[in-house]
Design a protein around this ligand. Structure first.
Ligand code: UFG
Length: 330
């Protein structure tokens, strides 16, 4: 029996595929390569290029392979773009979930681990954020993921599909040997953008706002290593295999770092002065997002290990080895 990883050529999906293969699982990847990279897919995984929204593509995978469970990472995830093109997000993300649940029901596959996000909460009323706190997404990306969670809940009850939704906070880092890592086009995430400065690809890092009500005025986020994240997904698969009922868990380290602190940590890791310039706020950024991951610790027995310097150091190792990323896009 195999695990189907949808979006297994993307940043987070490809690291999960690696962790699954390392653990001895048989892995099948479905990805349309719109944002993913073919080279990021582990050579031991069987690869299907296809679109989740196509019933024919899904039927092909489900009938050719013996799939016991699905991990779903395939979604558009740029907050800013989602505000400008909301329908692109509802079509791909919500439409993809609809097609997946229909496909799973058709082929009697009943376990699903889903990649959700802290963006479902919007501006938090308190930190650390717990799973039952109010969910008021402030952008279509977060809204699309919340809708996807609710679709799993209703369809799961009706069709007997059990699921775990993992709401990630900020994910960074790369595989220890640096052969796969983060490569978005365009790049909008803080860690890779900071590292473009010592790589000589930008002159400075912009700090989006220093007037937030935080300890140094810049935004605070909870950063998690992508391999700690992969460990949580594998635990979620085991939880479902052991008969676990539907579950939502936050995933974060539980400790917040400001943008200034992230730049300082990158200076330490790279030995480069990394010039920084304060600019205006980026629209839609909450001041502070920090997770309570108590539920993941208690129910899944999960414990993240990497601290902020280890996250940045592993990302740096990847970028130094691949200054142009996978080199498959301009
Ligand atoms: N930032 C800068 N300068 C930059 C880039 C980012 O100051 O050049 C700041 C942002 O304003 C933010 C922080 O760094 O305060 C982190 O920004 P990222 O873009 O790396 O991450 P976000 O917190 O905006 O978004 C992440 C995920 C989203 C997810 C969201 C949950 O990338 O997919 O967390 O709120 F939706």
């Amino acid at each position: 029996m195999s695990i189907l990883v949808i979006g297994g050529a993307g940043y987070i999906g490809s690291h999960n595929v690696h962790a699954l293969v390392e653990r001895g699982e048989d892995v099948v990847v479905l990805d349309n390569l719109v944002t993913g990279h073919r080279q990021a897919v582990h050579p031991n995984a069987r690869f299907y290029e296809g679109d989740l929204r196509s019933a024919a593509d899904l039927d092909r995978v489900f009938s050719e392979q013996q799939i016991e469970a699905v991990m779903h990472f395939a979604a558009f995830s740029l907050v800013g773009e989602s505000v400008v093109q909301p329908l692109k997000y509802f079509n791909n993300n919500v439409g993809g979930m609809q097609s997946l649940l229909e496909g799973m029901a058709r082929h009697h596959v009943d376990r699903l681990v889903f990649s959700s996000t802290a963006a479902v909460y919007g501006e938090p009323e308190r930190v650390p954020i717990s799973e039952d706190d109010p969910k008021n997404p402030t952008n279509p990306y977060g809204e699309s993921k919340l809708i996807m969670e609710r679709m799993m809940r209703w369809a799961g009850e009706a069709c007997g599909i059990r699921w775990v939704s993992l709401r990630y906070f900020n994910v960074g880092g790369a595989l220890a040997d640096g052969h796969i890592g983060e490569d978005h086009h365009p790049e909008s995430h803080l860690i890779p953008l900071i590292l473009q400065v010592p790589l000589g690809r930008r002159s400075h890092i912009s700090i989006f706002g220093d007037d937030y009500p935080t300890r140094d005025g810049s935004c605070i986020r909870d950063y998690l290593h992508v391999m700690d994240l992969a460990d949580a997904h594998i635990r979620a698969l085991d939880y479902l295999k052991d008969g676990g009922s539907p579950l939502v868990c936050n995933l974060g380290n539980g400790q917040g770092f400001s943008v200034f602190e992230m730049v300082e940590a990158a200076r330490k890791v790279t030995g480069h002065p990394v010039p920084a310039k304060v600019e205006g706020r980026r629209a839609g950024d909450p001041a502070q997002l920090v997770a309570s991951s108590d539920r993941a610790r208690t129910v899944l027995g999960w414990q993240p290990e990497a601290g902020i310097e280890e996250i940045i150091a592993s990302a740096w190792n990847w970028h130094v080895q691949h200054p142009q990323g996978f080199g498959d896009r301009s």
